[in-house]
Each structure stands twice: as C-alpha cells, then as structure tokens.
Design a protein around this ligand. Structure first.
Ligand code: ATP
Length: 236
C-alpha cells in the first residue's frame, strides 16, 4: 500500500536536544521522509532551547547546535532546522512548539517523529497525553521492541486507543483519543547516541562517521566550547 495522498501536504517534526546532532538523527529524517512520501513536503529538525528532561549544564549553546543542524540539513532540500524554540523563555515544551506550528501554518498536518523510549515517556511530558490532538506520532523502535509491545504501550498510555488500518507501508497503526494516529515504523536504529559522542569527545577519541561531516567540521571549529560545556565547566 502506498501512503494516502493528503489534501494538503503535512510536515514531519523531529525534536531533540541534538547535543550534538548525529547520523542516527539524520537517518531517521531520511527514512521518515521516504516512508511518509506524499503525506509530507518537508522534515523539520527542531532543536530544544531549554530541554525539560535534560541537564542544561552539559548542553552546547543553542546557536552551535542549530548551526550544526543547518549544516547537516543543507544538502537536502526537504530538510531544514527550525529555531522556533529559541524564541520562547522557559522549558521548551513540545506542546507549545506544535501549537506554534499550527498557528504559523494552519491546516498543515504534523507528524512528530520519536524513538520508542521517548514514546513510552509521554506521560512525563507537559500535556504529553494530549499531544494526539496536535499531531500523529511516527514511532521508531529502539532495540528489540516489536509491534505487539508498541500496541501494549499505546493502550497503557491511552486505554481508549484502538487498532487502525496502517497508512504507511510496513507500519502498525493505533488511533488515539484526541484524533491523532500513532504509526509504528520498524526502521533500523543506528547504534549511535549524543551521549556516546560526548563521552568519546571528552576522552579525546575520534567521532568521525558518527556525525554528519559538515556538523563535525563546525564542532571541531568550536572544540574548546564543546569541551567546556560537555565537561560541565560552563553553562548556557
Ligand atoms: P542523548 O544521548 O544525549 O540522550 P540522543 O542521541 O538520544 O541524546 P536526542 O537529541 O535526545 O538524541 O534525540 C532526538 C530524537 O532522536 C529522539 O526522538 C530520539 O529518540 C531520536 N534518536 C536518538 N538517537 C537515535 C538513533 N540512533 N536512531 C534513531 N533515532 C534516534
């Protein structure tokens, strides 16, 4: 089955701290672009200005994280970095970000991309269980999680969740209260994380091929900033 053509193309949003961006993030964007097909016209990478769930003292400055994302996205016309979270004070809640998207682009359907560990943690997010009123989720499994486990998680989070015919090839779909769907898309999860890159960097080891080349070149230019922030000597 090919993705159903939407009346108006939507857009996919990948939010994160991107501290730093890595090839796992970029591959997720590429795979989601292909899987969503005509349903979307672009994928936005949205760096969190003040991540509610992460320790800010080890966070690189927003400008550097956004510049690395822009450099990584540059070769792909459908991919961009959106800096909208830097415009708000206080914790960067996805709830506020998606509402800002709806205000800026009324009628555009939003697909929020996230890994299965983050999906399971939605009850800890600000208005996390109400997010299906604002978006569909596209959930990618980390590790061994299978479709049954995804459905169990969805039912545990929303007891009214119901199986729905899949819209994306190879996916499993649940209809959630609030109107959104959760699409479980079994894509390969690359064994890379921002934490691992920070550890390697602090140990003076190479992070070649774990990050997009252009993003790594920027990080190397600001190597002292990276060292100070990741060591915890400086805060943003
Ligand atoms: P950290 O190691 O600092 O916790 P991270 O590598 O998980 O960071 P984030 O910026 O927190 O990166 O992730 C942003 C989004 O990308 C999240 O939805 C996360 O689940 C997803 N993600 C992270 N790593 C991968 C990966 N290797 N493959 C696919 N998706 C990923």
């Amino acid at each position: 089955m090919t993705p159903r053509r939407a009346h108006r193309p939507g857009l996919a949003v990948l939010g994160g701290s991107f501290n730093p961006p890595h090839v796992g993030h970029l591959r997720l964007a590429v795979e989601a672009r292909e899987a969503l097909g005509d349903l979307i016209s672009r994928v936005d990478l949205v760096p969190s200005a003040h991540p509610p769930h992460k320790k800010n003292q080890h966070l690189l400055p927003f400008e550097l994280r956004a510049a690395m994302l822009e450099a990584a996205a540059q070769p792909l016309p459908w991919l961009r970095c959106n800096r909208l979270e830097s415009l708000r004070e206080g914790p960067s809640y996805t709830w506020d970000t998606l509402r800002a998207y709806h205000a800026a682009e009324p009628g555009t359907k939003l697909y929020f991309l996230l890994g299965s560990p983050d999906f399971a943690l939605l009850p800890t997010w600000h208005h996390g269980l109400e997010l299906p009123a604002l978006c569909d989720f596209v959930v990618v499994p980390r590790g061994e999680q299978n479709a049954e486990e995804f459905m169990d998680t969805a039912r545990a989070l929303w007891p009214q969740a119901q199986a729905h015919p899949p819209l994306l090839p190879g996916s499993v779909c649940m209809a959630l209260p609030g109107g959104g769907l959760a699409h479980f898309l079994p894509l390969p999860w690359l064994a890379v994380s921002a934490s691992r890159i920070r550890e390697l960097w602090l140990a003076g080891r190479s992070v070649e091929y774990l990050m997009p080349e252009a993003a790594l070149a920027l990080l190397q230019t600001y190597r002292r900033t990276a060292l100070e922030h990741w060591r915890g000597d400086r805060t943003c």
